[in-house]
Ligand binder design. Structure first.
Ligand SMILES: C[S@@+](CC[C@H](N)C(=O)[O-])C[C@H]1O[C@@H](n2cnc3c(N)ncnc32)[C@H](O)[C@@H]1O
Length: 256
């Protein structure tokens, strides 16, 4: 992934992930790569579906805990229910800022944003999450950063090669929000299946995915109280009995 987001041709992270996760918005190139990967490595579509389901449970959980502001970094293409739909179903006045550096995401996201509740607010920012000060400055037009925020970085920090840099980015976002704020993250873990899948994804023209260990994931939660240890996200407050573990691991944490 370049500093300026994906190239206009070839498979993108947002398009392949949307296709793998059961969404409807993708190009031919995205579908070709997603189908090939999904067929050879079922662990990947399982991870993409689990990531969307995790998003839904995390937003619902934090909204019920009283959070009415959400900063969704590396949003991806819309796959229902999206963050604002889950949050505003609990709290009509919830305010959501989506951030992505893929122009296709913004194009689709802006159209969807019009469907938010009249009491709340939904904004889309064309931004690179690594530009923390700029993103926070623009997000502050919609969110009150003096009140708690749930910061979501789901299946996106693995696009940043260095886990220490990913940890530092997360830390900077969390230092800009007050105690009582939440942080949620997940990424593909360094398992033998995921290693083979990531190599095939890159060989097929997909943007590089950097797999993480549990310790590297935990780095992004430094200084926060983890609600449960880092682990497969399908096991975090599962919606169904006896869920299968997936190779997409993460955690939810609260700022003390
Ligand atoms: C694999 S998708 C995950 C989407 C969504 N968060 C989910 O869990 O379903 C990763 C998304 O992060 C975006 N992304 C990657 N690097 C980014 C960056 N540096 N700044 C902003 N967005 C980024 C991609 O464009 C893509 O939409």
């Amino acid at each position: 992934m370049s500093e300026h987001g994906p190239q206009p041709t070839g498979p993108s992270s947002a398009g392949t992930w949307c296709c793998l996760g059961g969404g409807q918005i993708y190009t031919e190139a995205d579908k070709e790569l997603a189908d090939a990967i999904g067929l050879s490595f079922p662990v990947v579509p399982a991870a993409a579906r689990a990531s969307r389901a995790f998003l839904e449970r995390v937003v619902d959980h934090t909204a019920r805990a009283g959070i009415a502001q959400f900063l969704d970094l590396g949003t991806g293409l819309p796959v229902e229910p999206n963050t604002h739909q889950v949050a505003q179903a609990v709290e009509k006045s919830a305010r959501i800022v989506y951030v992505d550096n893929d122009p296709t995401v913004l194009e689709h996201g802006r159209a969807l944003a019009n469907l938010g509740t009249p009491e709340g607010a939904v904004a889309y920012l064309d931004g690179d999450v690594r530009h923390v000060t700029k993103v926070l400055g623009e997000a502050a037009r919609t969110l009150d950063l003096n009140r708690p925020v749930a910061v979501l970085m789901l299946s996106m920090l693995g696009h940043i090669e260095d886990p220490a840099e990913a940890g530092e980015i997360a830390r900077r976002y969390m230092s800009a929000v007050p105690p009582g704020s939440y942080f949620a993250t997940c990424d593909s873990v360094d398992s033998s299946d995921m290693r083979a899948a990531a190599a095939a994804y890159a060989a097929g023209g997909g943007p590089p995915i950097h797999l993480r260990t549990a310790a590297e994931l935990e780095l992004t939660g430094t200084g926060l109280d983890l609600l449960a240890p880092v682990g497969p996200i399908s096991l975090w407050h599962p919606a169904e009995p006896a869920p299968q573990p997936v190779d997409q691991w993460g955690f939810v944490a609260r700022k003390p």
